[in-house]
Design a binder for this molecule. Structure first.
Ligand SMILES: NC(=O)c1ccc[n+]([C@@H]2O[C@H](COP(=O)([O-])OP(=O)(O)OC[C@H]3O[C@@H](n4cnc5c(N)ncnc54)[C@H](OP(=O)(O)O)[C@@H]3O)[C@@H](O)[C@H]2O)c1
Length: 313
């Protein structure tokens, strides 16, 4: 697969990332049976065999279970750890953690970052995380506190590089100003249905500051790939149908899937957006790589953009 460098980090990875959020298919840390575990391993190894070398996780995915399953898969596949980059996240704390009364909240305190990193390393049974990301901005975050946690993790060799997720450009700048190390990535929701990053100046910022945008839910949580009819309950169903129709037209012309075209639309942006593929279906995981062979001409790119939104001024 084509490769890119994450920000200015020197870390090289595949042009598409593989997102592990859905691999265990459960919300909480419920035990999974052998068959279920096998299915999770299959999704991860299919991505590896298809050339994905950036794997995105988070401590809250199935309450730690995804990191555990990922660690077990790594042990099974000889050489995989050495050939991939592991990105995980911390900072979201679920309701009921640590006590029954604790509310759902964000926590980017030094103590929580350090403890979370240790717990992720332990669950995956690895020595070092390649890219450690703050999952969501914490309203109470103090950049100096975060910087000190990052420094400690880097010096201890527990994390190679850092990034953020769901941060605004201002929040990223605010934190960057306190950090001695560069923040190389921001994970943002970007798809034909969620185009804020194209309009609020953030992609321009990432491009000029060499920050890699990682696009989460690049198919709008499956809405753009699904074969099921558009749900009429969705208030944006007309828009969704128009986007699917426009994608189908291009897909027919290019003899590829609708999904490949939706991903190619992201890949065409000069900010070098890295879509994080979230499917657990081996066929879909492999099919997504077809997007890399499609270079959408400007006219087609704009035709899709027009189908997704308001007419351009
Ligand atoms: N930073 C954050 O806050 C944040 C938030 C959300 C997600 N993420 C990251 O982004 C990754 C991707 O998110 P996502 O899973 O919502 O991505 P997505 O690609 O928008 O949605 C994936 C879903 O689409 C479905 N789908 C239906 N048709 C498909 C097709 N033809 N090809 C591929 N998928 C199809 C998949 O089902 P099948 O499995 O049946 O293919 C899966 O359920 C996550 O794994 C996670 O790493 C980060």
């Amino acid at each position: 697969m084509q490769t890119i460098t994450l920000g200015e980090s020197g870390l090289e990875c595949s042009r598409l990332a593989y997102g592990c959020w859905r691999v265990t298919g459960v919300i909480n840390h419920a035990p999974i049976d052998e068959e279920h575990e096998k299915k999770s391993h299959k999704a991860i190894t299919t991505a590896y065999e298809a050339g994905y070398t950036l794997f995105d996780l988070a401590d809250i995915y199935s309450d730690g279970l995804v990191e555990e399953v990922f660690g077990r898969t790594l042990k099974e596949v000889s050489g995989m750890r050495e050939n991939i980059l592991i990105a995980t996240k911390c900072g979201i704390r679920q309701k009921g953690n640590p006590s029954k009364e604790s509310p759902h909240r964000y926590d980017l305190s030094r103590e929580h970052i350090l403890n979370s990193c240790e717990a992720s390393l332990r669950r995956m049974e690895i020595d070092c995380i390649d890219l450690y990301q703050l999952h969501r901005p914490d309203y109470l975050m103090d950049p100096r506190e975060i910087a000190s946690a990052f420094e400690e993790l880097k010096q201890a060799g527990k994390v190679r590089e850092f990034g953020v997720s769901n941060f605004t450009v201002d929040q990223l700048n605010h934190l960057q100003a306190a950090c001695p190390m560069k923040l190389h990535c921001n994970q943002v929701e970007i798809s034909l249905i969620h185009r804020n990053a194209l309009e609020d100046g953030s992609l321009d910022y990432y491009q000029s500051h060499d920050v890699t945008p990682l696009a989460w839910s690049p198919l709008a949580q499956g809405k753009l790939g699904s074969e099921y009819p558009v749900s009429m309950r969705n208030p944006k169903h007309t828009q969704e149908q128009a986007v699917r129709d426009a994608l189908n037209l291009v897909a027919k012309e290019k003899d590829c899937s609708r999904t490949a075209v939706a991903l190619a639309w992201l890949l065409r942006h000069p900010a070098v957006i890295v879509p994080i593929i979230g499917s657990t279906n081996p066929e879909h995981i492999r099919d997504a790589t077809a997007a890399l062979d499609l270079l959408l001409p400007r006219e087609e790119w704009y035709r899709l953009m027009a189908a997704a939104g308001e007419p351009l001024p």
